[in-house]
Design a protein around this ligand. Structure first.
Ligand SMILES: [Zn+2]
Length: 73
């Protein structure tokens, strides 16, 4: 096994994102091992995805509520 990155796709509701997941990857099979720091990368990506989903939902509800409302954080 050797250190490297490989594309990984995370999905959350109707969104998904592909990112470079660091870890130990096997040359001969699709086996991979991830330490805590590696997993932290995927947790951060998932958090971003959740935040995007939330912002999108606010934007959608503002759009249907009428032009006088604006979306704020
Ligand atoms: Zn292997």
């Amino acid at each position: 096994m050797k250190r490297g990155v490989a594309p990984m796709t995370i999905s959350y509701k109707d969104r998904s994102v592909t990112f470079e997941m660091p870890g130990w990857y096997c040359d001969e099979c699709s086996e991979s091992l991830h330490n805590g720091d590696d997993l932290e990368v995927s947790v951060r990506v998932l958090d971003q995805l959740k935040a995007q989903q939330k912002n999108q939902r606010i934007a959608q509800s503002a759009a249907t509520a009428g032009p006088t409302l604006s979306a704020q954080d």
